[in-house]
Write a protein that binds this ligand. Sequence first.
Ligand SMILES: Cc1cc2nc3c(=O)[nH]c(=O)nc-3n(C[C@H](O)[C@H](O)[C@H](O)COP(=O)(O)O)c2cc1C
Length: 345
Amino acid sequence: MVTSGTTFTVEQVRAAVGAGSLAPSIHNTQPWRWRFRDETLELSADLTRAVPVIDPDHRQLLVSCGAALLNSWLSLRAAGLDVEVGEFPDGPDLTTGRLATLTIIGHRPPTEDEIRLAEAITSRHTDRRPFTPATLPADEVRKLRHAAEAEGCWLAVLTSEDARVELSVLLARADWIQHNDPEYQAELASWVRDDPQAADGIPRTTALSSAEPRTEEFQTRDFTGGTGGEPASAEEAAERARTEPVERPGVLVLGTDADGPTDRLRAGRALARVLLTATVERLATSPLGQALDIEASRSLVHSLTGGTGLTQMIIRVGYPDMSAAPLTPTRRRPVSDVLEHLTDA
Ligand SMILES: Cc1cc2nc3c(=O)[nH]c(=O)nc-3n(C[C@H](O)[C@H](O)[C@H](O)COP(=O)(O)O)c2cc1C
């Protein structure tokens, strides 16, 4: 079915919005709204879903929306549509204007890469579980770097032992600060869901597994506020360190040259492209975001990369344990909740 005067079909629009919704977002807030009018799919921020304590200037909200934009664009490209992306068509104020538009300008066959990335949208999940001890080969790093660069961003790999030690300290310190911040804890708790059918937020089971004692180089975010898991005793920790294989993940820092709204939206597009590229390569990923919530440690993380510009995301990458049970996907809101003004012609 074709809507009047356009080559977008209703199904393509719904599929694109659904693909957008499968993007990663801070605390699975899904802070986006879509509208279809004048043959254009328009993306806006849903500020009722903002998380002002962890993200006072909406940086992470914009990164999340940028990731949704890339997924939706890929879905349209995989359908053979040529689509023009408009960024902040009403100016850079995300509280009043649209973040982006996707306007069809014709038909163009998708590239093989676009097809592969679009197919990976449904199988990409944040995997916070321990990875195998295998290290990330240089060839994979190169592919992930190209993915970030394709969206106008850069990707640095933390390889030196000094940089990795400093990052692990910054992550642990950020966790400690947030653990002792009642406002942060209240906001986080409001996004942890007891109902496994809840369409947004972090499921309680995922939150609890984030707190399980484990041997890890980089501390993942604790979604339970320290209430989820029993801390390991000294003997237990020593036994784990002796017997468990310890992962050696790749640590990637994704950044932009500037830090305006357009850069942050672009960082989201790059994040989605990097994560989907990793999925295609059968790599597992999880953001290590807590060190970036705190502005002071964000600039310290940046100094570890030795480059210019601003850090937008830290990504842990490695090989998943193939003997582990498949991940239960985190749920999403239905398309009808996030899409306005779509009528069958
Ligand atoms: C901007 C941003 C920041 C995030 N920060 C973290 C983080 O610090 N720790 C973490 O484990 N996951 C983080 N995530 C991942 C989200 O929690 C995850 O995308 C969401 O729960 C949906 O799950 P899914 O990625 O498996 O679909 C972040 C995602 C985004 C987009």
